[in-house]
Design a protein around this ligand. Structure first.
Ligand SMILES: Nc1nc2c(c(=O)[nH]1)N[C@H]1C(S)=C(S)[C@@H](COP(=O)(O)O)O[C@H]1N2
Ligand SMILES: [Mo]
Length: 267
């Protein structure tokens, strides 16, 4: 099987780390900038320019308690900022983890029974630390699932890191699924339970809106969401739309999984 190796992927195809980590701010900024008249002001407020590192006095290894004045000025280090060049090129794999294990390796390790046809995943249920679990916006805990052969595909990744560092909480620490050929919600975060099951397991967005979100949720420009087209997509940090690619461009790697299936019926 062919898998895109780091060398096959142009660095221009990888989302810059700064852009990735700030994308919510960015998207908020973009929405407001589009809808509010004072665009420049609002945009600058939500996306302040990068902090300038001021010349710092040498403190020769002394650990001091910061004065109120220093605290007001904010956090600064006696280090030059990492260059944009370094940040955008220090990636060894896609925009994802370097610490990754294909899910397949784990499944082989447990040697599934022949009756196991699906893999079911469950997120941590902890309303104290995840306050929205006190609301009924979704059915908690978040659950997801894959067919066993999908889960065995080397592109179905269990990730514990991002850009060579540990996985930030908001990206699903300590361990999450990454299924690059499916829509984002299949990539369940902060997993606490993985089960091999005989029947197709329930999935959160399918429970929420069964006519809008199917079990498969493969990226497919030819199958529209009932409320919007899937023909084009916007990449984070880009202003112009791109054509959506079938299976997010991984036809060669995952196409065999869906041979002969009606992808409109199995959306
Ligand atoms: N447990 C859990 N996993 C989740 C979600 C969630 O709300 N809870 N959101 C999903 C959605 S809708 C998307 S688009 C991706 C986003 O992952 P990212 O924030 O790391 O890009 O996570 C998915 N995994
Ligand atoms: Mo999403």
């Amino acid at each position: 099987m062919l898998i895109k190796k780091p060398a096959d992927i142009e660095s221009s195809e990888i989302t810059d780390q700064k852009v990735y980590l700030n994308r919510r701010l960015f998207m908020r900024g973009a929405v407001l900038a589009g809808s509010v008249a004072a665009t420049g002001f609002v945009y600058r407020k939500l996306n302040p320019p990068a902090a300038v590192v001021a010349e710092q006095p040498k403190i020769a290894g002394l650990i001091t308690t910061p004065s109120d004045d220093a605290m007001r000025k904010g956090f600064k280090v006696n280090e030059p900022l990492t260059s944009f060049e370094d940040i955008s090129n220090y990636n060894n794999f896609y925009e994802f983890s370097t610490d990754k294990l294909p899910l397949a390796a784990l499944l082989k390790e447990v040697d599934p029974l022949s009756s196991a046809r699906y893999v079911a995943f469950q997120t941590l249920l902890d309303p104290k630390r995840m306050p929205n679990q006190n609301t009924s916006v979704l059915d908690w805990p978040y659950v997801e699932g894959l067919r066993l052969d999908e889960a065995m595909n080397p592109l179905a990744i269990l990730a514990t890191g991002l850009y060579g560092g540990t996985l930030p909480p908001q990206d699903g620490a300590p361990i999450r699924l990454v299924v690059p050929w499916k829509y984002g919600f299949k990539s369940i975060k902060s997993i606490v339970k993985i089960a091999l099951v005989a029947d197709q397991p329930p999935t959160t967005w399918n429970i929420q809106a069964p006519n809008e979100y199917g079990f498969y949720s493969n990226v497919n420009p030819g199958v529209d969401h009932p409320r919007w087209s899937q023909r084009t997509e916007h990449r984070i940090g880009e202003f112009t739309a791109r054509n959506t690619l079938l299976f997010n461009g991984y036809v060669e790697q995952v196409g065999y999984l869906y041979q002969g299936m009606d992808l409109k019926a199995n959306f």
